[in-house]
Design a protein around this ligand. Structure first.
Ligand code: NAD
Length: 499
């Protein structure tokens, strides 16, 4: 059985902690043994990264950019290999795995523009004989802690920007699907990145907690569930670090009576059930105007029943299994709770079996009508292929429902009215909004981030906010006086910076 280890100082590194099994969710079988790191591994990794950061951060921006360009080419060439690794440990379809790599690639391409992104500002003759200029410098060692659901894309939301800006980056991937991180490490090495600039530390909360308080880690990026995001933010900020901690979500897709219902249903089904609902931007709630709710549910239920659940390597599969047996049990329990609390299960995905893969963790597409905000299935992030339908009287009530929800990651509206769409996008307290676009993950040159319980910290991730997050500003006020003009010390501020 293969052993999945750390990547420290440019090479696979076994580490001192215990081992943990990694499963193939499509079969339920153990496919690898993962090294779980301990505090000593964290010390080794941070020491290596700190040494590497000093020289990498001092390298010319042009040479750093050249490494990013090479990494981009290697990543494109490795897409099929990476997609297979992702599908085997995560369960998502190969097509979907390729899609997440493509979205990560966008961030690499954004980071290739680092010479322009780090170009400073210059004020000539800001005051008499004085020039002022400012630029941004790397922080040193930064850490990224990532969730299971995007084992390539989420690390690529962080590492390319951090590295392009001159930092050394330590990745702590999810224990559930850790192998993709090592493919990325190999590609960075092949791209010519110096040893220690990209590190992988495998492990669980022991490794995370050690990173959060380590004095040589300057900043922490986290993506995962809300309770852990809250913990990461509180702990690392108390230790004086810069933190962006992205949490969970409950994303609503509003369907107004004037929408193209067929088109809206296609988007809702894909955004609710794609990747088995294990996307932080999955639309898990359809908020539907009462006058078209029955008609929409007819269309949705036909599409849900036609959605094909199978192993990720099946080219006909629309979605694969969920990540663990425990996740399957939890999701099915939430569907049962909806039934017990008075909602109507229109399409039931409990007990779904894929022939030949009876041990897999499959849940079928599930559609639940008559869900109300007090139901457990609505209050919790399900993270499975379950679409709730909440019926509302119109746009104002839809916005009120969304704004009463503690999460604020993404939302979408389906309508043919520009006026309604504008009222919606201005009225919702949500970080990312789609207008007739179901999963509005921003392109790489706009930053990604939710509001409320979906993000702790001030900075969104990647894009311009990512560059600011991984750098700090320095300003120089400079004067080269002619000796004859010296007038002795002046002890008071004046409007003229020459004094
Ligand atoms: P998770 O919170 O369980 O794990 C995320 C990371 O935190 C992993 O690396 C894990 O090892 C670590 N971790 C887990 N428990 C910890 C603890 N007690 N102390 C310290 N570290 C701990 O999340 P997950 O189940 O891997 O991923 C799914 C969650 O991630 C969902 O809630 C989803 O919405 C969220 N997510 C959010 C975004 C976003 O952009 N907001 C993107 C992707 C996923």
């Amino acid at each position: 059985m293969s052993v999945i280890s750390h990547w420290i100082d440019g090479a696979a590194s076994p580490g001192g902690g215990h081992a943990q099994p990694v499963h193939n969710p499509a079969t339920g079988e153990v496919i690898a043994s993962l090294t779980i790191g301990d505090e000593a591994d964290v010390e080794r990794a941070v020491a290596s990264a700190a040494a590497a950061a000093a020289t990498w951060g001092d390298l010319s921006i042009a040479r750093r950019a050249a490494t990013l360009f090479r990494f981009r080419e290697l990543l494109v060439a490795a897409t099929d290999e990476l997609a297979e690794v992702v599908s085997r440990e995560h369960g998502k379809t190969l097509a979907d795995a390729r899609g997440e790599i493509a979205r990560g690639l966008e961030v690499v391409e954004f980071a290739c523009g680092v010479p322009e992104l780090l170009k400073g500002d210059f004020s000539e003759q800001a005051a008499t004989g004085i020039d002022v200029f400012s630029w941004r410098e790397p922080l040193g060692v930064v850490a990224g802690i990532t969730p299971f659901n995007f084992p390539v894309m989420v690390p690529l939301w962080m590492a390319p920007v951090a590295i392009a800006c001159g930092n050394a980056f330590i990745l702590k991937p999810s224990e559930r699907d850790p192998s993709a991180s090592l493919v990325l490490a190999r590609l960075w090495r092949e791209a010519g990145l110096p040893d220690g600039v990209f590190t992988v530390l495998q492990g669980d909360r022991i490794v995370v907690d050690a990173l959060l308080v380590h004095p040589d880690v300057a900043a922490v990026s986290f993506v995962g569930s809300t309770p852990i995001a809250r913990h990461v933010h509180a702990t690392a900020t108390a230790a004086g670090k810069r933190v962006q901690a992205l949490g969970g979500a409950k994303n609503h897709g509003v369907v107004l009576a004037d929408a193209d219902l067929e088109d809206a249903a296609n988007h809702l089904v894909a955004a609710a059930y794609g990747a088995a609902g294990e996307r932080c931007m999955a639309l898990s709630v359809a908020v539907v105007e009462e006058s078209v709710a029955d008609e929409l549910i007819e269309i949705l239920s036909a599409k849900a029943r036609a959605t094909r659940v199978s192993v990720g390597t099946d080219p006909e599969a629309d979605l694969g299994p969920v990540i663990t047996a425990a996740a399957k049990e939890r999701i099915e329990g939430l569907i049962t709770s909806a039934e017990e609390e008075g909602a109507r299960i229109v399409v039931d995905g409990r007990g779904h079996v894929v022939e030949g893969h009876e041990g897999g963790f499959f849940v079928g597409p599930t559609l639940i009508d008559g869900v109300r905000p007090e139901h457990t299935v609505y209050r919790e992030e399900v993270f499975g292929p379950v679409l709730d339908v909440v019926r509302v009287s119109g746009l104002a009530e839809a916005i009120a429902v969304i704004n009463a929800n503690p999460y604020g990651n993404g939302t979408a509206i389906f309508t043919s009215s520009g006026e309604a769409a504008r009222t919606f996008r201005r009225g919702v307290k949500v970080g990312m909004v789609g207008v007739n676009v179901p999963i509005p993950v921003p392109v790489a040159w706009h930053s990604f981030g939710g509001w409320k319980d979906s993000l702790f910290g001030e900075s969104h991730i990647y894009g311009p906010e990512g560059v600011r997050f991984y750098t700090r500003g320095k300003v120089v006020t400079q004067r080269w006086p002619a000796r004859t003009r010296s007038t002795g010390p002046q002890f008071h501020f004046t409007g003229d910076a020459t004094t």
